[in-house]
Design a protein around this ligand. Structure first.
Ligand code: CP
Length: 359
């Protein structure tokens, strides 16, 4: 069975297949209506969401299927202390496929280990957001006509931005990708993405804290919100919250065909004066999110019993109860799970569930 926990759970061919299916859905909407009749999607959202939850709901409804679930854990038996694994065992009795968002990193991973139905990670803490990645790839393809051979600038909160981490992982499989990381020191991209993804896959990247200097070379500018909810220290958040603002003056420095993406919600990092610029693609990106989730649901349901589409082979985890994950927001520090680690190629031992360093 195929789950989608991390973008690397999909081969590049599978990603391209999903993006192509979304494009076919756009061209032939009527062909897909009813394709999920009598099927049910459960949306288990332990954390707030507008786009992801509602686009999954709209996608399943447009395919003729039905949706059940919860939008806040307080309205479920999670409030009584039910674990993630028990919850998905139960919900798997009612639904054919599950989309889960959780503030604790690694929660969808442990869910997938016991689930009888495909699990889709709809965002886990600061770690990963693979369906946003599919949305972003479809948007880049539709805006520029290609995904290969682009220079993409990621701007803002690259430390906590799970959409950034996931998109860099996926883009590392494409040809000729150049990445410009635009962030203040406090919000720089985590080392594990730079080392285990960019260095390993040969993705050219550079870091700067100057958006004006970077913007002229970009084909895609990926803006992000500074995520207040991820900071442990409010003073640190106050210092960096207004780091970068995209306005009409800065758009004047950019290429005529640059596409501005943002996973949304925005706070103040893109002024509304940019919204009418034809290069502002972030509301078209939202529509693409529903279309690509339609394609994903169809694909995972088709692949459920297909031996050609299974989870990738990973090296066996190192199980060691003497080691500890350094991330207080990791599932292994919040529920009782085996302490598992992996040895990255650069010799650093990382948590199996959330990729943080060990201590
Ligand atoms: N982009 C995104 O994940 O938005 P929501 O938090 O509203 O789902």
């Amino acid at each position: 069975m195929k789950h989608l926990i991390d973008p690397t759970d999909l081969t590049k061919e599978e990603i391209d297949q999903i993006v192509a299916l979304a494009e076919d859905i756009i061209a032939h909407r009527e062909r897909y209506q009813g394709s999920m009749a009598h099927k049910k999607l459960a949306t288990l959202f332990y954390e707030p969401s507008t786009r992801t939850r509602l686009s999954f709901t709209a996608a399943m409804m447009e395919l003729g299927g039905q949706v059940l679930g919860f939008s806040t854990p307080q309205s479920s038996s999670v409030a009584k202390g039910e674990t993630v694994q028990d919850t998905v065992r139960v919900v798997g009795c009612f639904a054919d496929i599950i989309a889960m968002r959780h503030p604790i990193e690694g929660a969808p991973q442990v869910a997938s280990e016991v689930s009888q139905v495909p699990i889709i990670n709809a965002g886990d803490g600061s770690h990963s957001h693979p369906t946003q990645t599919l949305t972003d790839l479809l948007t880049i393809k539709r805006e520029l006509g290609h995904i290969d051979d682009i220079t993409i600038g990621f701007c803002g909160d690259l430390r906590f931005g799970r959409t950034v981490h996931s998109l860099i992982k996926a883009l590392s499989r494409y040809h000729g990708i150049k990445v410009v990381l635009i962030a203040p020191d406090e919000l720089r991209l985590p080392d594990y993405i730079k080392q285990d993804v960019c260095d390993k896959m040969g993705v050219a990247y550079r870091e700067t804290d100057n958006l004006d200097e970077a913007i002229p070379e970009l084909d895609v500018l990926y803006m992000t919100r500074v995520q207040k909810e991820r900071f442990l220290d409010e003073d640190e958040f106050d210092r960096v919250k207004d780091s970068f603002v995209l306005d009409a003056r800065r758009m004047g420095l950019a290429k005529e065909k640059m596409a501005v993406l943002h996973p949304l919600p925005r706070v103040n990092e893109i002024l509304t004066e940019v919204d009418d610029d034809p290069r502002a693609a972030y509301f078209r990106q939202v529509e693409n999110g529903k279309l690509v989730r339609m394609a994903l649901i169809i694909s995972l349901m088709e692949w459920k019993n297909d031996p050609a589409h299974t989870m990738p082979e990973h090296d066996s985890p190192i199980v060691n109860s003497a080691l500890h994950c350094s991330n207080p927001k990791c599932i292994c520090n919040n529920e009782k799970h085996e302490r598992r680690f992996r040895l990255a190629e650069n010799g650093i031992t990382r948590c199996w569930y959330c990729d943080s360093k060990v201590r």
